[in-house]
Design a protein around this ligand. Structure first.
Ligand SMILES: O=P(O)(O)OC[C@H]1O[C@H](O[C@H]2O[C@H](CO)[C@@H](O)[C@H](O)[C@H]2O)[C@H](O)[C@@H](O)[C@@H]1O
Length: 391
């Protein structure tokens, strides 16, 4: 977020959105940092460029009520989107790759770590939390909640990444203002404050450290180099994973009929699924460099509701991002990665003041425009609920 960005507005919008749409944040920062930075509960978070994914605690519950509303009686039954329906039960816990690990965030050259502590302590639902615990209380915590799903894509690389971090810290010591940032599955080497003449030296060190390790790739961003596991994973893959493994299965989950709406008696009959409702969203969140993004989902039009299976077409994903690494997610939503367009329909929105080559379909100029856009989406969500509950 730029300094002029209305941060409280962004937070309010991000708090509002998940009541109506499945909402998430994907960042190059570590999971712990991005959760602490955004500080909103009820979102999906993916850190380390999507290598480290965490569903919100109680997400299954709230999504369940979204979906239950959709699958049972349609809008007329809704108390309101995102509100738990009376008697609605949380679906069983889903667990995935759950690990516990030490707090991995360190910083060099004066860049203080921001407390990954316990980000990995929240993932193993119902198992006592394992590890750190207490990660960013108030920033999405709820350790021990049964519904959390943690998915770490390259867990076996953690010791390697720690080695890389330590080597970089040691070998960049002689270069003034070069900073090493530990993002757990990605180590970022910032040179924004270095003398221009030192930048090639920074690059040399990074390349040397990279060459010492197998299957490590080097990327770059805004005045930053990044080393990360060289596996077929990125923000686009993370979006697909979220859609396929969490969002769609949860949409399918409710099989029991919803309780009847107030004033009605008798069991609810489950009619065929109504047209697509809900959305998945993934996006990077704003950062102090003025970039940033939020996420939201949108409703598809009823006329488009001719689908060949019960998942397809039900989700429309809006991915907003400003970083080079967001292009992978834009590509996924364009269907450029051979993905089934019907299943992964959506659009990418690039946040940029300047015109630049992109796979995104649309542009917003800055974080303030992102905030206004998301506010409108949130309003649409709440209007939909308002009108549906009055029907
Ligand atoms: O995926 P994102 O959420 O867009 O994160 C990308 C990088 O964000 C951070 O770096 C950015 O902000 C820095 C200042 O805080 C700035 O110096 C840098 O140029 C920006 O790219 C973060 O520090 C990186 O690790 C992320 O990869």
């Amino acid at each position: 977020m730029s300094e002029s960005t209305d941060v409280p507005l962004v937070r309010t919008v991000l708090t509002e959105l998940p009541k109506h749409f499945i909402t998430g944040v994907i960042s190059g920062r570590s999971l712990g940092k991005i959760r602490a930075f955004v500080g909103v509960k009820g979102l999906f978070y993916a850190g380390s460029h999507g290598f480290d994914i965490l569903s919100p605690s109680r997400s299954a519950y709230s999504m369940h009520s979204h979906m239950q509303r959709v699958a049972s009686l349609g809008p007329a039954s809704a108390s309101c989107c995102g509100q738990a329906q009376p008697g609605a039960e949380a679906p069983p816990a889903r667990t995935d790759t759950a690990v516990s690990s030490s707090n991995g965030e360190v910083a060099a050259n004066g860049n203080t770590g921001d407390g990954e502590a316990g980000a990995s302590g929240c993932q193993e639902a119902g198992s006592g939390g394992g590890g750190g615990g207490g990660d960013e209380e108030g920033a999405g915590g709820d350790c021990g909640a049964l519904e959390e799903v943690r998915h770490q894509v390259a867990q076996e690389y953690l010791p390697v990444m720690e080695n890389i971090r330590d080597q970089l810290i040691a070998e960049l010591k002689g270069i003034d203002k070069a900073e090493v940032e530990d993002n757990r599955f990605s180590v970022s080497i910032h040179y924004r404050n270095c003398a221009r003449v030192d930048v090639p030296r920074v690059k040399e060190v990074v390349e040397r450290v990279q060459a010492r390790h197998e299957r490590i790739r080097m990327g770059s961003g805004k005045e930053v180099f990044e080393l990360q596991p060289d596996i077929a994973w990125d923000k686009g893959k993370a979006v697909l994973w979220l859609l396929d493994k969490l969002v769609m299965p949860m949409a399918q989950a409710p099989e029991e009929p919803a309780p009847p709406p107030p004033g009605e008696t008798g069991g609810a009959v489950t009619p065929p699924l109504p047209p697509p409702v809900g959305t998945a969203a993934a996006a990077t969140v704003s950062s102090s460099n003025g970039g940033g993004s939020g996420v939201a989902g949108a409703t598809k039009e009823e006329e488009e509701g001719d689908y060949d299976d019960e998942y397809s077409g039900r989700f429309f994903t809006i991915f907003i991002g400003d970083d080079k690494t967001d292009e992978n997610a834009f590509r996924v939503l364009n269907g450029d990665m051979g993905e089934d367009r019907a299943r992964h329909d959506g659009v990418g929105i690039l946040v940029s003041e300047e015109s630049r080559e992109t796979n995104a379909a649309y542009t917003l100029r800055n974080p303030d425009e992102v905030a206004s856009f998301l506010e409108k989406i949130a309003m649409l969500g709440s209007e939909r609920c308002g009108s549906s509950s009055s029907r």
